[in-house]
Design a protein around this ligand. Structure first.
Ligand SMILES: *[C@@H]1O[C@H](CO)[C@@H](O)[C@H](O)[C@H]1NC(C)=O
Ligand SMILES: *[C@@H]1O[C@H](CO)[C@@H](O)[C@H](O)[C@H]1NC(C)=O
Ligand SMILES: *[C@@H]1O[C@H](CO)[C@@H](O)[C@H](O)[C@H]1NC(C)=O
Ligand SMILES: *[C@@H]1O[C@H](CO)[C@@H](O)[C@H](O)[C@H]1NC(C)=O
Ligand SMILES: *[C@@H]1O[C@H](CO)[C@@H](O)[C@H](O)[C@H]1NC(C)=O
Ligand SMILES: *[C@@H]1O[C@H](CO)[C@@H](O)[C@H](O)[C@H]1NC(C)=O
Ligand SMILES: *[C@@H]1O[C@H](CO)[C@@H](O)[C@H](O)[C@H]1NC(C)=O
Ligand SMILES: *[C@@H]1O[C@H](CO)[C@@H](O)[C@H](O)[C@H]1NC(C)=O
Length: 626
């Protein structure tokens, strides 16, 4: 191709020269860099029969007609030229040999245009050929680059410069190629319709970092100061790359989280933040920030940054773990069960990390599970002792919470060991302490006396309730055989229980405690104290001090050590007045029995069976997770 074209052109010229017609051959366009020179190759012909004695020629600028007085580029006959061409033009060949080649030096913008040749064969044989050359001036070399430069696929850039002046040969070089991968440069000369072009081909493998890089092609002419450069900026297309994204992280509830995704791509990518399949934010950008304000457990999950342009798609994911204290556990609502049934208590919560959960009753840890959000307590056979308040606690390093649940157990009556009879000098007190749910009705039975007494027998029987415990006291005054049989029977909907109340003499109990020596010692002290008291407080009677030794109205064993409460005093007084009235009415019936009121402090029983305050329960032994 390259070698064929000049041959073809030569053939055309030779053929023309042999034609013997008015005709000329020259390139249609020819170009040169500013300040360089150009040689327009040219041949012409004329009818053979003319046989001119001399052959002259004129080159005109921009017009073929001498009538228009176009600027004369060069006139062979007089070797004259228009002032703008003076000293800049010369014929290169012999006009006699039909060679009209013209050289123009120091090309400037003003002399761009059409160049016409007129043959002057003497006389009227003058002819301006319509064939002409258009001269173009370039101020820089031309650089051709492919429409698209893709990363990692070899690219070829071409720098072109016209080479149409044999006296000034251009030399090409590339600027800024040092960092290019696998770069190489080839030179080439090309001919097209009689004009010549020097090419320099730069081949390299573009990388992502070459995007935006400036490359230049430089033309210089040896032995001159002329130098021309053309630069271009590389536009290397590449698929997106996520150059920066947060790694998985842990955060706590309420935090402000900023996630950053920095993308390098050409052209710019569509960047998206996703949580699973849901699009949270989308933008054509090199840098997409996702802000999460006041994070809660609902923000927990996997976040993905996706970047996409027409050259590819990439993504990177990160996990966001939101840590939080366990929520208030949810438990069964309070339940009522009957003894011997089974019961299941379920407690569930939510926390991150999964908490340690426990079920606690009265400070006793019944069950613990570690790193779970649910705890199940099964009681296959419920007893009355299972009744009470259960606390479910959940804890992790971010906090703890708890909930309570009340289990109400219904059960048949149970006699408590406090049930007994106590004899005084002229009275008997029988106490029957029963625990049951629902409350039992208590009946005292004295089969030998053919007596059945309950609370309705006011003055004789007095009851006090505390929790599931009912304490009923039967007070009999007068001489009572200590061998009398007293039964207590308790009934609720789950059954009836009956128990014989055992007699305990108050005095024997006291002496048994201290022994004879202790008793004597105590007696001596008491006498001394009593004597002192008589001295200081003359109002006191001897009866009071002696009543300790032989109390008229002995207190029930457990009662004396407790302080009398105000409300109890009140009930005692009421009780006393009622019992006196009953006594009047019933004097004949209970001829040999006298009824007295009880001096019993029930607070002890209350304390025994009362509920433990809930706050205390919550302070169960801590188990910490780290
Ligand atoms: C015209 O003359 C020049 C200079 O001598 C020469 O280089 C060129 O080849 C000639 N052209 C033809 C067609 O012979
Ligand atoms: C995510 O990364 C950016 C940039 O490195 C940083 O500024 C920001 O704090 C990070 N976010 C979190 C929650 O760590
Ligand atoms: C944070 O969110 C919680 C519920 O998710 C809300 O109760 C609280 O008021 C919020 N705090 C702020 C500062 O918005
Ligand atoms: C992320 O890329 C992986 C493989 O490169 C692909 O399986 C996954 O579907 C992509 N995820 C998203 C959200 O585009
Ligand atoms: C507590 O709830 C669980 C599940 O809902 C249930 O299986 C169980 O029987 C409930 N227990 C009580 C006492 O209601
Ligand atoms: C359980 O019983 C206690 C005492 O009777 C009470 O203070 C508490 O509120 C009850 N709890 C529930 C969950 O009903
Ligand atoms: C008790 O009373 C019943 C009838 O009320 C009577 O049949 C019985 O004989 C009496 N027993 C005694 C020991 O008085
Ligand atoms: C006491 O006994 C009488 C007769 O036995 C009965 O009618 C009454 O309901 C009983 N009262 C109580 C409080 O149990």
């Amino acid at each position: 191709m390259v070698t064929l074209q000049p041959l073809l052109f030569l053939c055309l010229l030779i053929e023309g020269a042999l034609g013997g017609q008015w005709a000329a051959w020259m390139p249609q366009t020819i170009s040169a860099l500013q300040e360089t020179c150009v040689a327009i190759p040219c041949t012409f012909d004329y009818p053979e029969e003319l046989r001119p004695s001399s052959v002259h020629g004129i080159w005109y600028f921009n017009s073929p007609y001498p009538k228009n007085y176009p600027p004369v580029v060069l006139k062979s006959k007089t070797s004259t030229a228009h002032e703008s061409y003076q000293g800049r033009t010369k014929f290169l060949g012999e006009l006699q040999q039909k060679n009209c080649s013209l050289q123009i030096d120091r090309i400037t913008t003003e002399i761009q245009g059409k160049y016409y040749f007129r043959a002057d064969l003497g006389g009227y044989n003058q002819y301006t050929y319509s064939e002409h050359s258009i001269l173009e001036m370039l101020d820089k070399p031309l650089v051709l680059s492919p429409a698209e430069i893709l990363v990692d696929s070899e690219v070829e850039l071409t720098c072109l410069v016209p080479d149409n002046c044999p006296s000034m040969k251009p030399s090409l070089s590339w600027l800024g190629v040092e960092g290019l991968r696998q770069h190489s440069v080839f030179g080439r000369l090309e001919e097209d319709s009689g004009t010549w072009t020097v090419l320099s081909l730069l081949r390299f493998l573009p990388s992502q970092k070459d995007n935006g890089h400036r490359l230049g092609c430089k033309v210089s002419y040896p032995d001159t100061v002329l130098e021309y450069q053309r630069f271009l900026t590389l536009d290397v297309k590449h698929a997106p790359k996520i150059v920066e994204v947060n790694s998985s992280l842990e955060t706590t509830e309420g935090a402000h989280v900023v996630l950053v995704c920095v993308v390098d791509s050409n052209p710019i990518s569509q960047v998206t933040w996703l949580k699973y399949e849901t699009i949270l934010k989308e933008e054509a950008s090199g840098n997409l920030t996702l802000e999460l304000d006041n994070v809660s457990n609902s923000h927990d999950g996997v976040y993905t940054c996706v970047a996409e342009n027409e050259y590819g798609r990439v993504n990177k994911s990160l996990g966001l773990a939101v840590m939080y204290a366990p929520w208030k556990p949810t438990m069964n609502s309070s339940a009522l069960v009957v003894e011997d049934e089974s019961v299941t208590i379920l407690c569930s919560t939510q926390g991150n990390p999964e908490p340690i959960m426990s079920i606690v009753k009265e400070k006793e840890v019944l069950k613990t599970v570690v790193y779970e959000s649910e705890i199940l307590l099964e009681i296959p056979l419920v007893t009355h002792e299972d009744d009470g308040e259960y606390w479910c606690t959940a804890e992790n390093q971010y906090g703890h919470s708890n909930s309570s649940f009340n289990l109400t157990v219904e059960f048949a009556p149970i006699f408590l060991p406090d049930s007994k009879c106590t004899t005084g000098r002229d009275s008997v007190q029988c106490i029957c302490v029963v625990k049951s749910n629902p409350e039992s009705s208590i009946v005292f039975e004295l089969p030998e006396r053919n007596l059945t007494l309950n609370e309705s027998d006011r003055g004789l029987v007095y009851s006090q309730r505390s929790g599931y415990t009912i304490s009923s006291v039967l007070s009999l005054r007068g001489e009572v055989d200590s061998e009398v049989l007293v039964f207590c029977s308790a009934t609720n909907r789950y059954g009836t229980k009956m128990e014989e109340l055992q007699f305990q003499s108050h005095s024997s109990q006291l002496w048994a405690k201290f022994g004879p020596v202790g008793a004597v010692f105590a007696f001596v002290i008491l006498i001394a104290v009593g004597g002192y008291m008589i001295k200081t407080r003359k109002k006191e009677t001897i009866n009071e001090s002696s009543s300790f030794i032989q109390p008229e109205n002995p207190p029930v064993a457990f009662s004396s050590e407790y302080k009398t409460q105000k409300n109890l005093e009140k009930s005692e007084n009421e009780f006393h007045s009622i019992s006196d009235k009953i006594l009047l009415n019933q004097k004949e019936r209970f001829s040999d029995l006298d009824v007295n009121y009880a001096n019993i402090d029930f607070t002890r029983l209350c304390a025994k069976d009362g509920y433990t305050p809930t706050e205390e329960l919550a302070e169960y032994a801590e188990i910490r997770v780290k």
